[in-house]
Design a binder for this molecule. Structure first.
Ligand code: CA
Length: 467
């Protein structure tokens, strides 16, 4: 053995010793909420809505204080999350129209979901709740790597069973009719009787209980607390102290999710799976404060915006024994990292032709890598001609487009993005601008018309829809 080999062996020893403690591929759970504000979890300081169960994840693991999603509204954010790639790489730069007739309206078949990739190494996967990645039969979760599905294909849904009156998604006359469909179990419409959030939680627990012996991936995409604001007395009764009616119902909806998270964590514990399961919790975008009564805390603006309130979300992860408990991680991370973390820890194969944009977070969280997960992060809102380039190490955030002069914010000192310092930091502006332009070279224009262009879309397709 030459000296180089011996040196390599010595260097590799501590890592392999650590890895040997992991006996099998970990289960992966993503709990995604919808339109929940950055400030609306206990671990981010929420006072009026207790979230003891979501906070268990923070207590058992790590809170990301600078945790981002890749887009400030539902559809594109989910496309990024489930593929681990900036969604603009494959033209998902708009919120899709609900169009069950159209096989191009959703996640393109050229992309692989996390379920597909984990399926290659034997994972059972289930998608529960909101899909929003295409309603055409070829884009159904069961065609995208998931072995089971329970939920709805549209971008939102009403919460009370009595309002679910449509047995066939092809019967929709307007977009929001998608909110009134019967739920689906795999390919079958079912007559569900429970409050929506409770039904999704119940199915999540059952899925875990069905899979005690082999690795699984659970994608639990609650649509709470997205509108319409609807909750049952079981939950609203907890919030008589909140005077604002919107926030009172919103609080009840968050509380229902929190109960569900509790049941799921209890099931993992009871089955002895806690130490072998990575559980992520995050919201798909920031809260639309005026619409649903959410609160983004100190962050500026909310859903739809590229200011922090739109893309920085409540975000935490637990993996007992592998990630330190009670930790707050302050370096910038993004939802795309969930994919990279899961496939790395599962040793699942990745296609070289489809590079992913996230990183495995585990080395950063257990301290074996003290660097920054991301040198740069980028965002684009194509229709608004709005761009962000953020330096992960420094916290410089460059905002360009929208006919404005470039603006620069120092997120470390100015979380509320109140002071534009572009004129004082011209070199930083120039550098980030260059990085942004380089990134844009790899991005594609949107490949489908979005919700806001739906009238034009209906006209082109010849669909008879009212709105
Ligand atoms: Ca959303």
């Amino acid at each position: 053995m030459d000296r180089l080999c011996r040196l390599l062996l010595i260097l590799l020893l501590p890592i392999s010793a650590l890895q040997s403690q992991k006996t099998e591929a970990p289960n992966v759970i993503i709990i995604l909420t919808d339109d929940q504000g950055y400030g609306d979890v206990g671990f981010n300081g929420c006072k009026d809505i207790p979230t003891p169960n979501i906070d268990r994840i923070a207590r058992n693991g790590t809170v990301f204080s600078n945790g981002y999603v890749s887009y400030p509204v539902c559809g594109p954010s989910r496309a990024g999350l489930i593929t681990g790639r900036y969604q603009d790489r494959f033209g998902f730069g708009r919120n899709p129209v609900l169009a069950p007739e159209d096989s191009t309206m959703g996640l393109p078949l050229t992309e692989q979901t996390l379920a597909t990739v984990l399926g290659k190494v034997g994972y059972q996967s289930m998608a529960i709740g909101k899909w929003h990645l295409g309603a055409h039969p070829t884009l159904h979760p069961l065609k995208r790597g998931f072995s089971e599905f329970f939920g709805f294909l549209s971008g939102g849904h009403r919460y009370f069973p009595k309002e679910w009156v449509l047995w066939d998604i092809n019967d929709i006359e307007k977009q929001n009719d998608g909110y009134r469909t019967k739920l689906m179990s795999d390919y079958t419409r079912v007559d569900e009787k429970e409050y929506l959030t409770d039904a999704l939680s119940r199915e999540a627990v059952k899925f875990v209980q069905r899979n005690p012996d082999h690795p699984f991936f659970l994608y639990l995409a609650y649509n709470a607390p997205h509108g319409p604001l609807q909750a049952t007395p079981k939950y609203t009764d907890r919030f008589a102290h909140i005077k604002n009616k919107k926030r009172r119902t919103y609080a009840a909806m968050v509380s229902a999710v929190d109960d569900g998270v509790g049941h799921l964590l209890d099931a993992l514990e009871k089955m002895g799976l806690e130490d072998n399961t990575i559980v992520f919790f995050l919201s798909d975008n920031g809260g639309p404060e005026k619409k649903n009564g959410s609160d983004n805390g100190p962050l500026k603006e909310g859903k739809g915006s590229l200011f922090e309130g739109g893309v920085r979300v409540p975000f935490a992860v637990q993996w007992p024994g592998q990630i330190p408990a009670g930790q707050v991680y302050e370096k910038a991370v993004i939802s795309l990292d969930i994919f990279a973390t899961a496939v790395s820890e599962a040793s699942a194969p990745i296609r070289a032709s489809h590079p992913y944009d996230g990183v495995n977070l585990i080395p950063y969280l257990n301290g074996s890598d003290t660097g920054s997960p991301h040198e740069y992060l980028f965002w684009r809102k194509f229709d608004q001609n709005w761009y962000i380039a953020q330096e992960g190490t420094s916290g410089w955030k460059l905002m360009t487009g929208q006919k404005n002069e470039p603006r620069l914010f120092d997120l470390k000192l100015d979380i509320g993005e109140e002071t534009d310092i572009a004129s004082r930091k011209k070199k930083v502006v120039k550098k980030l601008n260059k990085k942004q332009q380089d990134w844009l070279m790899s991005m594609k224009d949107p490949s489908f018309l979005g919700l806001s262009q739906r009238k034009e879309y209906y006209r082109i397709k010849g669909y008879k829809r009212k709105e």
